[in-house]
Design a protein around this ligand. Structure first.
Ligand SMILES: Cc1ncc(COP(=O)(O)OP(=O)(O)O)c(N)n1
Ligand SMILES: Cc1ncsc1CCOP(=O)(O)O
Ligand SMILES: [Mg+2]
Length: 550
């Protein structure tokens, strides 16, 4: 019994994360053109530590300086630092600015902007360029030329035109060059309502419906993705941003935080998107993490007082005060990790005489892409120690570890996230406790639950039981039809669960539902003599091409 029945071979390298200390060099990919970034894996500044090479993702901010340090280059530096990303800078203008407004602007000559761009881009491996204040047509031109000469993996354009205080930072004469040159090179553009209206020739934007048409019109100008920020929409309880990836529109709703300290939110959001992209996150995940980060920072800073003006800065580095700094994980959630989702069960491990760590190690060797520790009947202390040991093993292979039900245990061991059900801690509360970047999964059996999971800030849905199961008592089976119904209503990626194993996993995948990213399995892996062999078999089945497809 136990895993000794199997001869474990070295695990295949898992490449789900941007920062995988062992694998990071092999993840490096040659630079793509400025357009076309989805998975950015290679990270740059190399820090030699004994035999370990650590790559740090790198954003170059091309923006103006804000002497009050709430927005502009200063905000970008703080946002990137807070997200664990290196940030170099090219300064396009120096503004005399405080919480009352902008008192003066000194534009940097374009030749000197070009010089700064060359200095950075010719020497450092920049992953993502983020632009802010671009105060002259010629500065936009030299930027576009530099990006053609030194392509990077992604371009994030915050089309800054007017400061939050209402001062003009780039006049309407800039619009043509934005439309003709810069936006067509952008992977994402993040206008607010006024900027979107200016880009669309003065079109009025008053409702979420107006925003939904506007993102399509802006997309037609050329950027691959558009995030239209609706913070200035006439007062409603929630702030709604609209994201369009060229195919689907997503309304991203967040409760409005009552605070005066909103100066620099636009710069911070764009920098944070750039930082997440530099770490390797897919675009929608990057946008969602960035939104949550800004939201958390605003909430944390709502009562701070800096300056005497009407609009104060907020604290980007709130995490330094509340969270231990020993967290090594810096990656963002990539839905493809749901592919082969191994869920442990203490009862099964006891029955087969193996420890949780042995079981997890074997599942990883067999190809599990994410692990959930579902330990219903062990003491908290024992659970915590086992979780820490599993995290060590899993992180060596770039595999994330989620904790079932126990947000306290996840916090204590700095796990990668949690999975909660409908009667567990609500996902929204778990998100508040865990912060913006941890992975949160929610069990859903109905379209309504799926919609709520999205609103609550979940990253994925666990949907089932798809087939009857003995692992979870009194669990209603929803069948393939139920899975389909939830998937069609869900904006989130979905993992199917319940009675799934080698014999039926393909039937789930062959439903061909675009948001079903994989299967979550307990007994077919862990209630077996050899966890490694069973996991491997399941991986082979999942990888099989559907009949009739080449
Ligand atoms: C991936 C995944 N999906 C669903 C569940 C079930 O969670 P829940 O409904 O909270 O039930 P318990 O697992 O806590 O019994 C899951 N664990 N994982
Ligand atoms: C936890 C859970 N949630 C819905 S079904 C289920 C049990 C899945 O276990 P198994 O893979 O053994 O059917
Ligand atoms: Mg639960």
């Amino acid at each position: 019994m136990g895993t000794s029945c199997c001869h474990s071979s070295p695990a295949l390298p898992h490449s789900f994360f941007a920062l995988n200390l062992k694998n990071c060099l092999s993840l490096s990919s040659p630079k793509a053109s400025t357009r076309g970034v989805h998975q950015i894996r290679a990270l740059n500044v190399k820090v030699m530590q004994e035999d370990m090479v650590m790559n740090i993702p790198h954003v170059l901010s091309v923006a103006g300086s804000d002497s009050g340090a709430g927005a502009g280059i200063q905000a970008d530096l703080k946002a990137c630092a807070s997200r664990g990303v290196y940030c170099s800078t090219v300064i396009t203008a120096v503004t005399a600015q405080n919480t009352a407004g902008v008192q003066g602007v000194h534009t940097v000559p374009e030749e000197f902007v070009a010089k700064q761009l060359k200095s950075v881009l010719s020497d450092m491996d920049v992953d993502v360029v983020k632009t802010g204040m671009l105060p002259s047509i010629n500065i936009v031109k030299v930027l576009c030329q530099s990006l053609k000469q030194f392509p990077v993996r992604a371009l994030v354009v915050d089309p800054v035109m007017v400061s939050t205080s209402g001062d003009v930072l780039a006049g309407p004469s800039i619009l043509d060059i934005f439309r003709e040159q810069l936006l067509p090179m952008a992977d994402i553009v993040t206008p607010n309502l006024k900027e979107a209206s200016a880009l669309l020739g003065g079109l009025q934007l008053k409702t979420v419906d107006d925003m939904c048409s506007a993102v399509k019109s802006i997309h037609d100008i050329g950027p691959r993705n558009v995030l239209l920020k609706g913070g200035d929409l006439p007062a409603s309880l929630d702030a709604v941003d609209v994201f369009f990836d060229g195919e689907n529109i997503f309304e991203l709703c967040f409760p409005r935080i009552k605070t005066q300290n909103t100066h620099g939110t636009g710069c911070t959001l764009a920098s944070c998107i750039a930082a997440e992209l530099a770490k390797g996150s897919p675009m929608l995940s990057a946008v969602k993490v960035a939104k949550r980060y800004v939201q958390t920072a605003l909430d944390y800073s709502k009562d701070i007082v800096i300056g005497n003006g009407i609009q104060g800065p907020f604290d980007h580095l709130f995490k330094l005060k509340s969270i231990a700094l020993n967290s090594f994980r810096q990656w963002a959630f990539d839905p493809s990790v749901l592919f082969l989702y191994a869920v442990t069960d203490s009862g099964m491990n006891k029955r087969w005489g193996r420890s949780i760590t042995d079981a997890v190690e074997a599942a990883i060797q067999g190809g599990a892409t994410i692990v959930q520790l579902r330990e219903k009947d062990i003491e908290t202390g024992e659970f915590l120690e086992a979780a820490k040991a599993c995290l060590k093993i899993c992180h060596l292979h770039g595999v994330p570890v989620l904790i079932n039900d126990r947000v306290d245990v996840a916090l204590a061991c700095d796990a990668d996230g949690v999975h909660v059900g409908q009667s567990d801690m609500p996902a929204r509360m778990a998100r508040t406790l865990l912060g913006p970047e941890k992975i949160i999964g929610v069990s859903c059996k109905t379209p309504e639950q799926a919609r709520q999971a999205w609103i609550d800030g979940a990253d994925y849905i666990g949907c089932g039981g798809v087939y009857p199961t003995n692992t979870k008592a009194n669990n209603r089976t929803i069948g393939l039809e139920g899975l389909k119904t939830v998937c069609l209503a869900s904006k989130l990626p979905v993992v199917a669960i319940g009675g799934i194993g080698v014999s039926n996993a393909r039937s789930v995948m062959e439903l061909d539902l675009p948001n079903v990213k994989g299967v979550a399995v307990v007994s077919a892996l862990f209630n077996r003599e050899c966890v490694l062999a069973e996991t491997r078999k399941l991986r082979t089945v999942l990888r099989e091409k559907p009949a009739g497809r080449k």
